[in-house]
Ligand binder design. Sequence first.
Ligand SMILES: Nc1nc2c(c(=O)[nH]1)N[C@H]1C(S)=C(S)[C@@H](COP(=O)(O)OP(=O)(O)OC[C@H]3O[C@@H](n4cnc5c(=O)[nH]c(N)nc54)[C@H](O)[C@@H]3O)O[C@H]1N2
Ligand SMILES: Nc1nc2c(c(=O)[nH]1)N[C@H]1C(S)=C(S)[C@@H](COP(=O)(O)OP(=O)(O)OC[C@H]3O[C@@H](n4cnc5c(=O)[nH]c(N)nc54)[C@H](O)[C@@H]3O)O[C@H]1N2
Ligand SMILES: [Mo]
Length: 759
Amino acid sequence: MRDTGEPAEELTLHKPRTWATGAPAVAHALKYALGQTSPRRTALTLLNINQAGGIDCPGCAWPEEAPGKRHRNEYCENGAKHISDEATTRRVTREFFAEHPVSELAGRSDYWLNQQGRLTEPMVKRPDSDHYEPIGWDEALKLLADELTGLDDPDEALFYTSGRLANEPAFLLQLFARAFGTNNLPDCSNMCHESSGSALNETLGIGKGSVGLEDLHSSDLVFVVGQNPGTNHPRMLSALEETKRRGGRIVAVNPLPEAGLLRFKHPQKARGVIGRGTQIADQFLQIRPGGDLALFQALNLLLLQAEDKAPGTVLDQDFIARHTTGFGLFSDNVRALDWDDVLAATGLRREEIEEVHERVLKARSVIVCWAMGLTQHKHGVPTIREVVNFLLLRGNIGRPGAGVCPVRGHSNVQGDRTMGIWERMPQTFLDALEKEFGFAPPTRHGLDSVDAIRAMRDGRARFFLGVAGNFVRATPDSDVTERALRNCRITAHISTKLNRSHTVCGRTALILPTLGRSDRDVQATGEQFMTVEDSMSDVHTTRGRLAPASPALLSEVAIISRLAHAVLGDRHGIAWRTFEDDYDLVREHIAHVVPGFEDFNRRVREPGGFTLPNPVNELRFPTACGSAVFTANTFTGLTAPPGHLILQTLRSHDQWNTIPYAMDDRYRGIKGARRVVLAHADDLAELGFAEGELVDLVSVWEDGVERRAPGFRTVAYPTPRGSAAAYYPETNVLVPLDSVAERSNTPTSKAVVVRLERR
Ligand SMILES: Nc1nc2c(c(=O)[nH]1)N[C@H]1C(S)=C(S)[C@@H](COP(=O)(O)OP(=O)(O)OC[C@H]3O[C@@H](n4cnc5c(=O)[nH]c(N)nc54)[C@H](O)[C@@H]3O)O[C@H]1N2
Ligand SMILES: Nc1nc2c(c(=O)[nH]1)N[C@H]1C(S)=C(S)[C@@H](COP(=O)(O)OP(=O)(O)OC[C@H]3O[C@@H](n4cnc5c(=O)[nH]c(N)nc54)[C@H](O)[C@@H]3O)O[C@H]1N2
Ligand SMILES: [Mo]
């Protein structure tokens, strides 16, 4: 058989690991790096990751320590793999596209497409052609501009971004979209932390976390809920190790016994490389999927009852009286709680919850961290609101060692929102844009990702520009989404590497290749840097060191500004043509428009940058009523009908979002295959399957449409009864477009009802 370069799926199973990182992690990172690029480039990139003045790791948004306290190697295995993947010396050239028609590329795996290397020049796929062919930058941008000006209504255009985009191009993109006349700025947050933003805005008045690294280190009790830090935020484990060293306690809440939650070996300290490492979780709650709202309500009930028994000793009555509203409604609601419902929804024993309660009573400061295990559920928003109730009860907000900590994904996903990448930016932001640039931005809210798919499907949107992401693999209901994209007059992508979104084309399609984080960015006024904001609101610079992947690449700032100029000319007096020469000019505008960015150019040049103020930490709550808000939330347990399981779609240890880097998931003991479904041994037996059997996953949803992901191997795994897990993006095809979280419209990627069918 001809070697297609596609990885074979050959599953071997090992015992799941109980500890994360340590020496093997360093070895795995170097192995991947050296498979992609030279030792010299590896050294140049890895030594600069997350150093003051160096490259911000394009991996996750976990913050760095202050410059003086950083490790020489302030990166993790996965960050290192991620940046080597960008620094690769492999190239996708015009000859590649001449050899591979689009119809062939559309049949390739996400892994294969990514492994072809960096994109090198702009390419166009013209109507009725099955090939991408070279096109000059001016012609490409004119083609896009003509499509935009030819639309009947600016709202027929969509501008998607991922949180990979740095602040400067993000600011320019939203400025361009709004000057053009639309708020259609769907982004990856819609699939990610939208539920957090929604719940936190409503209850605290700001959609961001309130804690910094020092808070985490000094906290008495930290909850890690719905998050797999060993894989997705490995440097967070160093922070949690420090929390423990200082006497803090950690409670982990997760359906899966994830390796990093149990034990951690620090890769950059001798005691981490050998020996047993630190036990991270003092208590592990193996919760049923979707059970978190019930858990926090039960904890809140226990707090109310403890206060009843010993008035004035449990709740922070002063804080509640001075800084909150809604306590009465909240407490009436919680007092009606039925323990049987709680135990059924959580799958936990009452004693386990009471043990957590005892820990809470002992803790003077509490932080709750969370990620996708909370946000990607139907009740994601009320769950996070209940977490806020829990913290408010004892005044665990706005003081040292306490607060909310939504752990962000993409390295600049929080910054992009700060810069205005949001389909529903508040009027104050739009007013500031108007004051700075002299045009009135549209006030109608734009479309988020799910609504953008509906609009393309129904022919209401016809122009799609994707920046720094992989829209068709990040979104649900893959078949529906791909048909929707193919409905467009034009689909265009500003990308560093080939991905499936480039192969799902509108009538015309463009690939606009760009510099990555690791590439040196030299413009007319000299070498440029960009800026990012991490998960704890620290804003700092990022500067690449490597020779660009190709001389034909333009920076994102250049592409977006030139496109804007091609469409708008000098219409609003915006100096589009100057921005690419000098990114300081963009930052000047940001300083005028975005609160907290005053004197941006000077402050961001200081080592380590600066931290944005969070009003919550001054006990100011910019909600509608000016106080923090207690809410009343109701839960319904998540159970699958007989013969079915609740499937969560998650990340393996060897992928970055939609891009697999290898077929392994080391910590979970899975090697050589991604098309696997993890389910409890007793469920497999009850449903009549042996381990290692080949099955289709079939999702059932109220619309009666059958959604099928073929060819998965069953793996017996210690997940709660009735639930299962499989990797994204292979399983996105199973997530119905209309199955979304209340209020945030986030696809419910952590709760899909499926049955297994023997092949
Ligand atoms: N190496 C690497 N790092 C990454 C990424 C990557 O792909 N690779 N992606 C980045 C991005 S964009 C993001 S958003 C983050 C994602 O970081 P995570 O949120 O850690 O990512 P997931 O793999 O989706 O894992 C979700 C976790 O939630 C648990 N979970 C599922 N359902 C429930 C539930 O109902 N309740 C509770 N309590 N837990 C539940 C799962 O078992 C799993 O441990 O990581 C970022 N960092
Ligand atoms: N079923 C299911 N679906 C999910 C999730 C889930 O847990 N389950 N998670 C959701 C989450 S949390 C997220 S954040 C989304 C992620 O969705 P996206 O952010 O859209 O996807 P990525 O895989 O990060 O995008 C990868 C592409 O980004 C481009 N790229 C990388 N670096 C750069 C750069 O510097 N500049 C430019 N211009 N391009 C670059 C490359 O071409 C690469 O192919 O997926 C979501 N979808
Ligand atoms: Mo994310």
